[in-house]
Design a protein around this ligand. Structure first.
Ligand code: SF4
Length: 639
């Protein structure tokens, strides 16, 4: 009987090839129980200030959540954390799938990678045997070959292989990680960090252990798991996810006037019928896959044998990739969109940042800021699918104009000049996900304030809380959400809703829950999350303590950014979002600078951060048990 953790972390020094275990006591885990919190704790404790993200000095942390691998639907996630080469800020990227549960079963809460291997290696953790192995022959190879080869070498067809692709080897600033060729730590360039360490892959498998070995009350956890495995069928949003994945968002957001189109120039896409769910289902969808222990099975598999050839082996695009390479690049060819997604998965690059960077380049081309000479002959006009696909190849290989695009929108814009920065749809250097904040005000607040740069999974989306009769709204009441508002409203109560939901979503990343598991978005109710933590740990823990853990994790990342020089001035939105939408139901709607700045001030006050600087106050950090971070980070005690 345990408290839901193995207690152990693994330290791998790639420079010297040394590997050792370390055990943390229960007191540490009660404050930083896993995932985002544990990684944040380690980042502040161990990473020196101003470390170059692609130097051997950066650390790469792979950390499971407290409940990762528990016999509960959607407890699948692990985080990859390092200083981000894309933003220079706190870098973090979660993935579901199977690798996190495998690491937990192998007996570790986290792996901390330091240094740089003298030549390419991979790490194998296989039924208790841990080794660094030569990876010369795997460098430059596609993920399917790498996975097959590693499985052959280790004689284990089930081992879960987390790896970088050639984008990571080439230090593309938004290179990602993939495992089992279906699951991605997409954001913030964690693949480039791993590539800079000459680390090709981390393969993990353990056939001997189960989560029940470390759970406080394995029987209670199993009973809860049985209940939850059916519960999603009674929840409309979870059932819709099971039936159609995230693809219905394409048509839904277009009808609402907020489908990112032509680099966020519009919220309505003329070619939407060719890329919406109905076309996707009819033309390219061939199957579905799932993550560990999850009956929702929301992940699509596609195949194309037409204008383009797309293999099922890399899974298939979800909403973000379809909107990113579809409407936001002005492309209404679903086969081309599927091909673009396949290329990103093959080269292991973030589909959001890749598509957004190409959309930005198209905007620059359309404005005459760049021309054919500068692009090396690529006619980067909105709707040019072949140019889009060529650009992906060039980015991954850092060839020609692709070498510049591989730096992301902000650096590319700063290099190009000529007003390009105004067309870069990014925050802190990270490209926006495919959600237009002019239609969802709190999503905009999240894009601005997020420590990792713009991302759509830092709080809940306003659209869930427009109707107080909806099941999502009912599920949110336990968190303190009291009143429904239109999604475009940004008043003080909406800001408070943002704060409550941000702490909850942060907690999900600590526990290892998929965003599509717990309420208000989905079917696992707030009291069932508490029940799960109590059964796993034996702790007498309540919602208040859990929300504080979520808030603590966010503050760890915030302190990290403060240490690196980020301030309120970095919590902003791209200029374009302060111009009105041009068509559809939201025609004329925009963010107002004053309203946005007032909301930011209100949020800082709620969070206990200095409203002028955005820096957490010493008093707030003390109350979160983070007084030590002030001394570690060199922040002033008066905030
Ligand atoms: S809801 Fe989808 S993404 Fe989340 S754990 Fe289940 S299958 Fe994976």
């Amino acid at each position: 009987m345990g408290f839901g953790t193995t207690g152990k972390i693994l330290r791998v020094d790639l420079t010297y090839g040394s590997i050792r275990e370390e055990t943390f006591n229960e007191t540490i885990y009660r404050c930083y129980p896993g995932g985002k919190a544990l990684a944040g704790y380690l980042m502040l404790r161990e990473l020196p200030q101003h470390t170059d993200p692609l130097s051997p000095g950066n650390i790469l942390i792979l950390a499971t959540g407290l409940l990762t691998g528990a016999p509960l639907a959607t407890t699948t996630r692990f985080t990859a954390t390092a200083r981000s080469p894309l933003t220079g800020a706190y870098g973090e990227s979660e993935a579901g799938g199977f690798w996190g549960p495998e690491l937990k079963m192998a007996g570790y809460e986290a792996i901390i990678m330091t240094g740089r291997a003298p030549s390419p290696v991979y790490l194998s953790i296989n039924n208790g045997r841990i080794q660094l192995k030569d990876a010369h022959h795997l460098w430059g190879q596609d993920p399917d070959k790498v996975q097959t080869k590693i499985r052959e070498e280790l004689g284990d067809t089930k081992i879960s292989v987390l790896q970088i692709g050639i984008a990571g080897e080439n230090l593309v600033k938004y290179a990602s990680l993939t495992h089992n060729m279906r699951h991605y730590n997409g954001r913030n360039g964690m693949g480039a960090v791993m590539g800079s360490k000459n680390l090709k892959a981390v393969a993990v498998h353990s056939s001997n252990n189960r989560y029940s070995d470390i759970a406080h009350d394995a029987r209670a956890l199993a009973e809860l798991g049985k209940r939850l495995s059916k519960q999603y069928k009674d929840h409309p949003q979870s059932w819709a996810l099971h039936e159609k994945g995230t693809m219905p968002l394409v048509g839904g957001l277009n009808s609402a006037g907020m489908l990112p189109t032509n680099n966020f120039n519009s919220g309505v896409f003329d070619g939407v019928d060719n890329i919406r769910w109905e076309a996707f289902d009819k033309e390219i969808l061939v199957g579905r896959q799932s993550c560990y222990a999850c009956s929702i099975r929301c992940k699509p598999e596609v195949q194309v044998d037409g204008r383009y050839k797309v293999s099922q082996k890399y899974g298939g695009p979800e909403y973000e990739a379809v909107a990113g390479f579809g409407s936001n690049c002005g492309v209404d060819d679903l086969q081309a969109v599927a091909k673009a997604n396949e290329l990103c998965n093959r080269y292991v690059m973030d589909t959001i940042s890749t598509s957004a960077t190409i959309a930005f380049a198209m905007d620059c081309f359309e404005h005459g800021i760049i021309n054919l000479e500068e692009t090396g002959g690529l006619e980067l006009r909105f709707g040019n699918a072949n140019a889009m696909l060529q650009a992906i190849e060039w980015i991954a290989r850092r060839k020609g104009f692709g070498d510049l695009l591989a730096e992301g929108t902000l650096r590319t814009a700063q290099t190009i000049g000529g007003g390009a920065v105004d067309l870069a749809i990014q925050v802190k250097g990270q490209e926006l996900s495919m959600h237009d904040p002019r239609g969802k005000a709190n999503v905009g607040l999240g894009f601005a304030v997020s420590e990792i740069g713009a991302d759509h999974l830092v709080s809940m989306h306003d659209t869930l809380f427009q109707n107080d009769k909806s099941i999502a709204f009912q599920g949110a009441k336990a968190l303190g959400i009291r009143n429904a508002f239109p999604a475009t409203v940004l008043n003080d109560e909406k800001v408070e809703q943002y704060f409550l939901c941000e702490n909850w979503v942060s907690l999900e990343k600590v526990l290892g829950f998929c965003y599509f598991g717990p309420a208000p978005r989905s079917f696992i109710q707030v009291d069932e999350v508490i029940e799960a933590v109590q059964a796993a740990t034996g702790w007498n823990i309540d919602l208040e303590e859990l929300l504080l853990i979520g808030e603590r994790a966010t503050n760890l990342a915030r302190v990290f950014n403060t240490r690196e020089g980020f301030t309120r001035a970095d919590d902003t939105l791209p200029k374009r979002l302060f111009t009105p939408l041009d068509a559809g139901p939201l025609k004329g709607v925009t963010f107002q600078y004053k309203e946005f700045n007032d909301a930011l001030t209100t949020l800082y006050k709620i969070k206990g951060w200095n409203p002028a600087t955005g820096i957490p106050t010493y008093q707030r950090l003390e109350s979160l048990g983070l007084g030590w971070t002030v001394r570690e980070s060199g922040m002033q005690e008066n905030g």
